[in-house]
Design a binder for this molecule. Structure first.
Ligand SMILES: C[S@@+](CC[C@H](N)C(=O)[O-])C[C@H]1O[C@@H](n2cnc3c(N)ncnc32)[C@H](O)[C@@H]1O
Length: 255
């Protein structure tokens, strides 16, 4: 299903998106947490740990079932971790898996903490599901103290644009990575596995970087790692495209 951002179906998208996450939280929990996903184990978790070494008070926005909150809570020097997510089955599972973390059912655009409450905010594979991204960016900045850090993980916005993918053209004998309509902000609902539909919002990279700069969050570091070994072992069809990153990580500092 394609839902262009200019369409009157804009708010209908939000309603559908909320329902889809409520219905499909278990798909996420089953396939991507507790060691099930090599991209988390070999890439996201190490990057996160490395970037939390001087953190004390951490907020995990769109925490899901809390896997990154749990990681953060075990990092030396971290004294308080909170996680927010609007999807009830995620928050419920997060509580079960780690009762010592302060979880609440909230949207990124309405974070229930006061100004400057955290020195670190994490958002991992979340902003591509958020409609009110300007509201979310403003809230992240508001709850960060000056000099605080925003650790931002995204599905690579350029190379994983909807309709991107490896093309093996046997007729002309060429192989290449096709890129979708990168500059167009686009809302889609994708069937990620049989009968599991997840909402995505594609935005070009400049939208994120400029929006975050507009709320005082400045890019200080960026990584585009190649897909990790464990992912390629499970997805041999991606081997030919192993030089195409799936993940983008950016670190922002609050001025
Ligand atoms: C792909 S999961 C990532 C979960 C977690 N960050 C992780 O890395 O394990 C995306 C999460 O974003 C949450 N989400 C969707 N819309 C959101 C919003 N407006 N504000 C905050 N979180 C949202 C979903 O409920 C879901 O748990």
């Amino acid at each position: 299903m394609d839902m262009n951002s200019e369409s009157p179906l804009f708010s209908e998208f939000d309603e559908i998106a909320g329902e889809l996450w409520e219905n499909n939280a278990q798909w996420w929990q089953r396939g991507f947490t507790e060691g099930a996903d090599p991209e988390y184990e070999e890439q996201i978790v190490p990057l996160l740990r490395y970037n939390l070494t001087s953190s004390h008070r951490v907020l995990d926005v769109g925490t899901g079932e809390g896997q990154l909150s749990r990681i953060a809570s075990k990092v030396h020097g971290v004294t308080f971790v909170a996680g927010i997510d609007p999807t009830w089955p995620q928050i419920e599972e997060a509580h079960k898996r780690s009762s010592h973390i302060a979880y609440s059912r909230s949207e990124a655009a309405a974070i229930p903490f006061s100004n400057g409450s955290f020195d670190t905010v994490i958002a991992c594979l979340v902003f591509e599901h958020i409609s009110d991204v300007a509201g979310a960016a403003a809230e992240v900045s508001r709850v960060l103290e000056v000099g605080g850090t925003f650790l931002f993980f995204l599905n690579h916005p350029l190379l994983q644009t909807p309709n991107s993918g490896w093309i093996d053209d046997h007729i002309i004998g060429e192989q290449y990575w096709r890129i979708g309509r990168y500059l167009i902000e686009e809302r889609t609902v994708e069937e990620v596995e049989k009968d599991v539909y997840i909402p995505f919002i594609h935005r070009p990279l400049h939208t994120y970087v400029n929006m975050l700069a507009g709320v005082g969050l400045f890019l200080t570091h960026m990584e585009e790692p190649s897909p990790p070994r464990g992912f390629l072992d499970k997805a041999p069809e991606y081997l030919e495209a192993a030089t195409i990153p799936r993940l983008m990580f950016m670190r922002f500092t609050k001025a």
